[in-house]
Design a binder for this molecule. Structure first.
Ligand SMILES: O=C(O)CCC(=O)C(=O)O
Length: 273
């Protein structure tokens, strides 16, 4: 399979430098329509890992679910047949790509809840550098509701404690010598280069699992913000022990620390010719 998929060397260089890059028009409208249909079916009958992040009585809805690809054929086809794996290969510089998991994040109009600043890899039982995500919105996303990324934070050499709602982050930080509390980015926004974009369906953001990111609520009164995020691994990824809770809590794969991420639950999807 061709790994170029319309990504320029400048896109790859921007990703390496900043840890996040916006890629325009890589997904055909058919993929967006198929995923949007799966989102409605998932919202009507969510999976076992669903999270309702908006407290009852608050406006809007911040709906999160995982592993749609295990239940919806369109999502499974997206994983194996869309350009996503080839995009990941090109961005991560990988010769092999494994699919880790998918993550649906819907912010309905009027949702106040932010996505807190965090980076993803401390939530994952995975060590290695070839770990990245495709954040694919299914609706037009204006800059003011886009996820924001702290440019270059994937190269800080710092690991921040996962932020689980209703847990004390300081206590979590004590669990792993690598972890420290997430800095208060919003208290000092001018100190960082923050990246965000205005996106149309078909555009996506590729970001590294160590890039700090967070997102505002969706204060629009009529525009939904549905995003289908998929997580991709290159050949250096290894299963690792993580203290405390991991997210998503995928179990039953039988992997041991040090094992290559390669099994029925984390399937190999692409390999260089
Ligand atoms: O969509 C959002 O609000 C945040 C996305 C995110 O945190 C992620 O994809 O890791």
């Amino acid at each position: 399979m061709d790994a170029s998929v319309g990504i320029s060397d400048a896109d790859v260089a921007a990703f390496r430098r900043d840890g996040a890059v916006c890629l325009r028009g890589l997904f055909e409208p058919e993929w967006i329509a198929a995923l949007a249909d799966a989102v409605e079916r998932d919202k009507a009958a969510p999976g076992p890992m669903v999270r309702h992040n908006t407290p009852a009585g608050n406006p809007g809805e911040f709906f999160v679910d995982f592993q749609l690809w295990r239940r919806f054929d369109t999502c499974r086809r997206f994983v194996f047949e869309s350009p996503a794996a080839r995009i990941a290969a090109r961005m991560l510089g990988a010769g092999r790509i494994t699919f880790y998991h998918d993550h649906l994040l819907v912010k309905e109009p009027g949702t106040a809840e932010r996505t807190p600043w965090h980076h993803d890899q401390p939530y994952y039982p995975i060590d290695g550098e070839m770990v990245g995500s495709i954040w694919l919105p299914l609706d037009p996303v204006p800059e003011e509701t886009c996820v924001e990324y702290v440019a270059g934070s994937h190269r800080w050499g710092r690991w921040f404690a996962p932020m689980f709602f209703n847990q004390d982050n300081t206590a979590l930080a004590a669990l792993d010598a690598r972890w420290e509390p997430v800095p208060d980015i919003d208290a000092d926004r001018g100190a960082y280069e923050l990246l965000r974009w205005s996106l149309e369906p078909g555009d996506c953001i590729f970001f590294h699992a160590l890039t700090l990111h967070g997102a505002p609520g969706n204060v629009s009164s009529d525009r939904r913000r549905r995003a289908y995020a998929t997580r991709w691994l290159g050949e250096d990824a290894r299963y690792a022990d993580r203290p405390g809770q991991i997210s998503p809590p995928i179990t039953g794969h039988g992997l041991k620390p040090g094992d290559a991420m390669d099994c029925e639950m984390f399937p190999p999807v692409w390999r260089a010719a």
